[in-house]
Design a protein around this ligand. Sequence first.
Ligand SMILES: NC(=O)c1ccc[n+]([C@@H]2O[C@H](COP(=O)([O-])OP(=O)(O)OC[C@H]3O[C@@H](n4cnc5c(N)ncnc54)[C@H](OP(=O)(O)O)[C@@H]3O)[C@@H](O)[C@H]2O)c1
Length: 437
Amino acid sequence: MAEALRVGIAGLGTVGASVARVLRDKAAELTRQCGRDVVVTAVSARDPKRDRGVDLTAAKWFDDPVKMAQTADIDVFVELIGGADGTALDCVTAALEAGHHVVTANKALLARHGVALAAAAEAKGVLLNYEAAVAGGIPVIKTMREAMAGNKVSRVFGILNGTCNYILTRMEAEGLGFDACLKDAQRLGYAEADPTFDIEGHDTAHKLAILTSLAFGTRIAAEEIYMEGIGNISQADIRAAGELGYRIKLLGVAQRTESGIEQRVHPTMVPTASVIAQVHGVTNAVAIETDILGELLLSGPGAGGKATASAVIGDIADIAKSRPGFQHGPVFGRPAGELEPYRKAQMRAHAGGYFIRLTVHDRVGVFAGLARRMAENEISLESIVQHSAGAGAEDRKTVVLVTHETTEAAVRRALAGMTEDRQLTDKPQVIRIERAG
Ligand SMILES: NC(=O)c1ccc[n+]([C@@H]2O[C@H](COP(=O)([O-])OP(=O)(O)OC[C@H]3O[C@@H](n4cnc5c(N)ncnc54)[C@H](OP(=O)(O)O)[C@@H]3O)[C@@H](O)[C@H]2O)c1
């Protein structure tokens, strides 16, 4: 049998400790599958005394993960510390320089430094595997990088943040407000104490940036992503969406258009009957549309120690099965030096349907005024529904408009016109509608 694969794990938190436990529990099965033993020979975290729920005394402890990355006593460096820069970047860079394969679950790191790290890995002829960085346990990276060779992707989109999907699911199912659902998510460990990163869409954006590169062969451009979070989604939106046959999801969408590639993260209305609308709670899903395959939807657990460990261990097993001298495939599907510059499609050019909820003065001529502004901007309406604005707001009306396909620029111009006409009493709510099968 080939020599054992020696694994160093940096970071023994939710994911790292889980990886160590699964490697122990599944050792015999992994040996059979990989044709060699997979052994944890080195570990690093901040606190050497903390109980990790797994006996790691046989592994060498490193206070400094960069030193661990440089040791000749490992074959694979597994980075499970987190963070876009700092220690995670230093130790992954050091591991690649030392000629070690690297496995990471760190989307923030890849979204910022992915192309440079891929170039370093390819120059050294080692693997940089990152299945767990996008949608946790769902094998979307392998699917896109390996199983879809030759396919030309037109759009990739998904529910990539379990916290947001949990909150939106509870808001719809139980009629609760955003704050109450967020508090529950925190109590259950689905949301961080500081949830900003999830709620405002940054986490989704990091994952989307990686998917965009894989889908379109472009350099990662996370900073170019248009982003809106779910913080201003109200019960009024959720109810109106339901009445119109839609459900609200926070989606990350990357799409090829004539003017470039759109990358956007925002609350989105998807038809209630679509498959992605059935993805509830903390579950993630990724939909991929290509010329050969048509539409594919992968769905499953997007986070949590065990599910994420499953993806990390799949990556480690691929390394264990690879043979010395074998040329590894490129990290982002094509060599880092051949990734094309990202050509951004302007958000104003985005074409699609729009849900627009307006609160207007209840007076003669307002409706005609709204219709005029829409017509002027060549926006045709699929539906228009009018409600009373509720108790205490008898002098106002809520108007919900659903447009046929139009452009972002036209919608913004029409709303600016309505504001200029002093017809609106509140800031309009605009939610884009996404085509989904
Ligand atoms: N949690 C998930 O469900 C999930 C899902 C997908 C991807 N990920 C990604 O996986 C990575 C790890 O996430 P996690 O949830 O496991 O994080 P975590 O529970 O906070 O664990 C982080 C670990 O890193 C260690 N650490 C922090 N700074 C260090 C330093 N300077 N030197 C050495 N060790 C250091 C910590 O040590 P101590 O324990 O001693 O403090 C801890 O063991 C992140 O990139 C995250 O985005 C997580």
